[in-house]
Design a protein around this ligand. Structure first.
Ligand SMILES: [Fe+2]
Ligand SMILES: [Fe+2]
Length: 196
């Protein structure tokens, strides 16, 4: 569908890069902060930025990466696991106050996770997305729209449940099921191989 006239001149990878820069700056400010209330305020800003950014990526950007970019499914699979780890720490941080003795350590680890994740997105995923020929300006518009909606909402309550591996476990269970159903009839005849 032509979204037409109001087309953004920015592509979606630039938009996401700006978010990455903003969060990196907030982490830097946190590293310099001494005052408890300033730290608390910065953590809130970091959580808000990361929450909105991750949601925009998951809802608007990653599906296109999966469908259009080379190795898109693997890249998104990894990115989603990293998002889960990041969200786990975000949830823990959302329960902490500025004087919590673990606050600095948790923010430092979160910063490291985010840095690693951002590096992978920018060096691999975005590169492959740009090479895919997908309409990245249209995607930027959709991402910007969604971002504005999410920014207007209050930060939702986060629960720290570690779900890493859940997706893989489901997949594994499905593969096992598929194997089981294959095995039974396989006794009667030669297993047919699908030519994809
Ligand atoms: Fe991400
Ligand atoms: Fe990102």
């Amino acid at each position: 569908m032509p979204r037409g006239k109001a087309k953004s001149t920015m592509d979606v990878t630039e938009l996401l890069h700006q978010d990455h820069m903003k969060v990196s700056e907030l982490f830097f400010q946190f590293s310099k902060a001494e005052d408890e209330s300033e730290k608390e305020d910065l953590v809130k800003q970091i959580l808000t930025e990361l929450h909105v950014h991750a949601k925009v990526e998951e809802e608007v950007v990653y599906p296109t990466v999966e469908d259009e970019a080379e190795e898109g499914e693997e890249l998104v699979g990894e990115a989603n696991v990293e998002h889960k780890m990041i969200k786990y720490l975000m949830a823990e941080l959302s329960q902490m106050s500025g004087d919590d003795e673990e606050l600095d350590a948790k923010v430092t680890v979160l910063c490291e996770l985010v840095k690693h994740h951002v590096r992978e997105e920018e060096k691999e995923m975005f590169k492959k997305l740009r090479e895919s020929g997908a309409d990245l300006e249209d995607l930027a518009e959709q991402a910007q729209e969604r971002k504005e909606e999410l920014m207007a909402e209050p930060l939702p309550a986060m629960s720290a449940t570690l779900e890493i591996g859940e997706a893989e476990e489901v997949e594994e269970a499905e593969q096992l099921k598929a194997l089981d159903t294959k095995r039974a009839p396989a006794k009667k005849g030669a297993a047919k191989k699908k030519s994809a």
